[in-house]
Design a protein around this ligand. Structure first.
Ligand code: 13P
Length: 249
């Protein structure tokens, strides 16, 4: 059955020392607790190798990887390099990558293939911008993102993907999707997967919600049958804010 996951996306925050302190503090706090979800932190590349030494029950991920295997791509970090640090996850297709770095569905498809080839679990982000929600085309937008980047995968490979629905209008704005809006979209996403890969794979796919999730709304969001956890930005940057979200399960 699918896993519940609460993943922190640190984005471009924390020096190496600050990141190490946060990871150690989180690991110490979680040690010995019985949790109903897997906890993952997705850090800047520079933190990965050092943080891995400080955590044991927490999963570790990058926030991006290159769409090329290796070679003369100055400034890029490949999926193989991410995997070589010991990280297990990689966020792919975050709306900030799509909007600020021109990452298209076709580019993201390459990144997913390279992540899978290196045994990384992609946390693949999808979601509509505000004008698309206002025009009532959010389902079409999300369906296209999934189809164009993921639906050429074999059933076995698709089964390794974690999805994160992040309505762009809810990211960093303090404006969360309502619990009903989240459930409605997550159910649509699961139905879309069922249509392509069948019910068993769809039922086994973890679909996380992201966008201004915090200690006060997490319980409500996670109580929905199709919401399997969260991808948490701002509220993952302090143990005091992140822990109540983890414990919302
Ligand atoms: P916030 O939780 O800060 O809104 O960010 C969500 C997000 O983009 C996680 O990837």
């Amino acid at each position: 059955m699918r896993k519940n996951i609460v993943a922190g996306n640190w984005k471009m925050n924390n020096s190496l020392q600050e990141g190490l302190d946060l990871a150690k503090d989180l690991q110490k706090t979680l040690k010995g607790k019985t949790l109903q979800c897997e906890v993952v932190i997705c850090t800047p590349f520079i933190h990965l190798a050092s943080i891995l030494k400080e955590i044991d029950t927490i999963g570790l991920g990058a926030q991006n990887c290159a769409d090329k295997v290796s070679g003369a791509y100055t400034g890029e970090v490949s999926a193989a390099m991410v995997a070589s640090t010991g990280a297990q996850y990689v966020i792919i297709g975050h709306s900030e990558r799509r909007a600020y770095y021109g990452e298209t569905n076709a580019i993201l498809k390459e990144k997913v293939l390279l992540a899978l080839a290196n045994d990384l679990t992609p946390i693949f982000c999808i979601g509509e911008v505000l004008p698309e929600r206002e025009a009532g085309i959010q389902e079409q937008v999300v369906e296209t993102q999934i189809r164009e980047s993921l639906f050429d995968l074999s059933p076995a490979d698709f089964g390794k993907i974690v999805l994160a629905y992040e309505p762009v209008w809810a990211i960093g704005t303090g404006k969360t999707a309502t619990s009903e809006q989240a459930q409605e979209m997550h159910a649509f996403i699961r139905k879309t997967i069922t249509g392509k890969y069948g019910k068993e794979i769809a039922d086994n796919t973890s679909i996380l919600y992201g966008g201004s999730a915090n200690a006060s709304n997490a319980k409500d969001l996670f109580s929905n049958p199709d919401v399997d956890g969260g991808l948490i930005g701002g509220a993952s940057l302090g143990v005091d804010k992140f822990l109540p979200i983890i414990e919302a399960f």
